[in-house]
Design a protein around this ligand. Structure first.
Ligand code: TTP
Ligand code: MG
Length: 395
């Protein structure tokens, strides 16, 4: 990490309320109104996204539609129209390609661009970033939030911090002033559990985090602790990886203490499955193969997978398959790591979730889902409230 490439210019683009903005663009009657994309008010699906007008009422992605209806009964509820979103996404990526081949799409509405080598051709990076923003407005009639910074970590925070219609530049000499006041929850890898551990040490902001040395952080949080040491200083060397074909979407977690209780393992599995489902839906993808990875305390790694008859992006199905695979293993040894991955991907067309069959039935789990969305960071494992309760209850 110490040999960071110098003077990189990384842009992060994230469209504002993407599906809902496309709907508002195409139907002027929806503009300025709360719009919820996901399904009819009485349907059993979850919210894909909603317009900023609906967010004022507390509506969020991944919330059951029934809950969104309770919070904002006068919203306009629409089913998703994936064809339109894919089309807008393609247009968007064509614009990106005009400035650099180094484009790494993260989902339909989000990408990193490395424009370091484009400056001689197109002028300063801030000009490129502004031009991209203006072209998105003119050619797609949609707004994007853009961050420009020397690395991916900073660019992503920058694009998010002034949403919607944001435009934030973080220059090398501003990194410290930009990062220091931010709550630690903003840092990649800080989920609720890590945040809680750090809060106990009175670490609330990045400035506080910097007071902990590398060894202390490593002892406290393992690998993620070392990562936080660098991120808190604005150091992130990860390259922009162009047009990686997404072959799988997965998430795993290494426990600080090995686990044997299968119920607790399943709670983690549920959290991971929710995350994989949410990321599939955000990428507009469905999967046919679900796999489970287990690493035992002695580092032996076991992988099992199951191919389904149909494609799915449903949390419920991902969790069901993963937990069946876990049951079949009949494990008795302590587990060090558990992971869930969806493979065999194809473009998707459905929006439902674990909670589709029981609208509003479980408030705790609904809150968990809200949290997962609110705390969403590509590289962070979001440990649900549910999980915390489980942990607390069993120790
Ligand atoms: P996001 O970029 O997370 O959200 P957004 O663009 O709607 O709003 P903003 O970025 O301004 O906060 O996701 C992009 C699209 O992906 C979103 O419009 C709908 C879809 N999506 C889902 O279908 N389910 C989800 O849980 C999430 C998070 C997104
Ligand atoms: Mg977006």
């Amino acid at each position: 990490m110490e040999n960071a490439p110098k003077n990189r210019q990384i842009i992060h683009v994230d469209m504002d309320a993407f599906y809902a903005s496309v709907e508002q663009r195409d139907n002027p009657e929806l503009r300025g109104k709360p719009v919820v994309v996901g399904g009819k008010p009485n349907s059993r699906g979850v919210v894909s996204t909603c317009s900023y007008e609906a967010r004022k009422f507390g509506v969020r992605s991944a919330m059951p539609i029934s809950e969104a209806h309770r919070r904002c009964p006068h919203a306009i509820f629409l089913p998703p129209n994936f064809e339109k979103y894919h089309q807008a996404s393609e247009q968007l990526h064509k614009i990106f390609q005009d400035y650099t081949p180094l484009v790494e799409p993260l989902s339909l509405d989000e990408a990193f661009l490395d424009v370091t080598a484009s400056l001689s051709l197109f002028g300063p990076a801030e000009k490129i970033a502004m031009e991209i923003k203006n072209r998105i407005k003119k050619e797609l009639n949609l707004t994007a939030s853009i961050g420009l910074a020397p690395n991916k970590f900073l660019a992503k925070i920058a694009s998010d911090i002034q949403k919607p219609d944001g435009f934030v530049i973080v220059r090398e000499e501003q990194i410290e002033a930009f990062l220091d006041p931010l709550p630690i929850e903003r840092v990649w890898g800080v989920g609720p559990k890590t945040a809680e551990q750090l809060h106990r040490l009175n670490v609330r902001t990045v400035r506080d985090l910097k007071k902990l040395d590398k060894l202390t952080l490593h002892k406290l949080l393992g690998q993620i602790g070392s990562q936080l040491y660098y991120l808190a200083r604005g150091i992130d060397d990860r390259p922009v990886e162009p047009e990686r074909e997404v072959k799988s979407i997965g998430r795993e977690i290494t426990f600080q203490q090995d686990l044997t209780d299968s119920e607790i393992l399943k709670t983690y599995l549920l959290d991971l499955s929710l995350d994989v489902g949410r990321r599939l839906r955000k990428a507009g993808l469905k999967a046919r193969t679900i796999s489970l990875k287990i690493r035992l305390a002695d580092f032996k790694t076991i992988s099992r997978s199951k191919t389904l008859n149909n494609y799915t992006d449903l949390d419920k199905e991902i969790y069901r398959e993963a937990s069946m695979l876990l049951n079949e293993l009949k494990l008795h040894q302590p587990v060090r790591l558990i992971g869930v991955t969806a493979h065999n991907l194809s473009c998707g067309e459905s929006q439902q979730s674990l909670f589709a069959t029981e609208p509003g039935a479980n408030e705790k789990l609904t809150k968990t889902l809200d949290k997962i969305k609110e705390r969403f960071g590509e590289d962070s494992i979001t440990l649900a409230r549910l999980l915390k309760q489980k942990d607390d209850g069993s120790k």
